[in-house]
Design a protein. Structure first.
Length: 165
């Protein structure tokens, strides 16, 4: 088997695992677990076109002892830079609780795959809203975050979970 076909097989297996866990989890609750904001500049100091935004997204999860609930924590950190100088920083962690419909078919590998893909996408609209409203409350321009781009098959197969705007 060539290297190319091995990668294709891994990608297919990854997609099948993801599909099976998606069908098995149902969102129960999404809530803001924690947040931290820092307005380094003051109101009126920056315009929306002057800001370069960097982001960092991470996730972790916990499975209930009865294996009927999976809670995923998605943390997103954004920094606004103007000419490489920090202007603001916003960090929020959203907790997502999922009911597991058939616990016997759940594996740690499937839950990890779900957390790095679906849970991040489920939390992202909440973070976008939080980010925009928080900027306004800090007296800064109401910037809108773009939508996330889905992970490619290659990223899923190699374990690269760097989601992009």
């Amino acid at each position: 088997m060539t290297k190319k076909s091995k990668k294709a097989d891994l990608s297919i297996k990854t997609n099948e695992k993801l599909e099976s866990i998606i069908e098995n989890l149902q969102v129960n609750n999404i809530f803001l677990k924690s947040c931290n904001v820092d307005c380094i500049t003051g109101p009126g100091v920056i315009e929306s076109g002057e800001i370069n935004i960097t982001k960092e997204i991470s996730h972790s999860g916990a499975l209930s002892t009865d294996r009927k609930v999976f809670i995923c924590f998605v943390t997103m950190k954004l920094k606004g830079l103007k000419a490489d100088e920090p202007q603001f920083a916003i960090e929020a962690c959203f907790a997502l609780a999922y009911d597991i419909l058939t616990p016997e078919s759940v594996t740690d590998e499937k839950l990890e795959l779900f957390a790095k893909t679906n849970a991040v996408y489920n939390a992202y609209p909440y973070f976008r809203e939080f980010f925009q409203n928080t900027l306004v409350r800090m007296g800064l321009p109401p910037l809108q975050l773009p939508l996330l781009k889905p992970l490619t098959k290659k990223q899923l197969a190699t374990g690269n979970n760097s989601t992009t705007f």
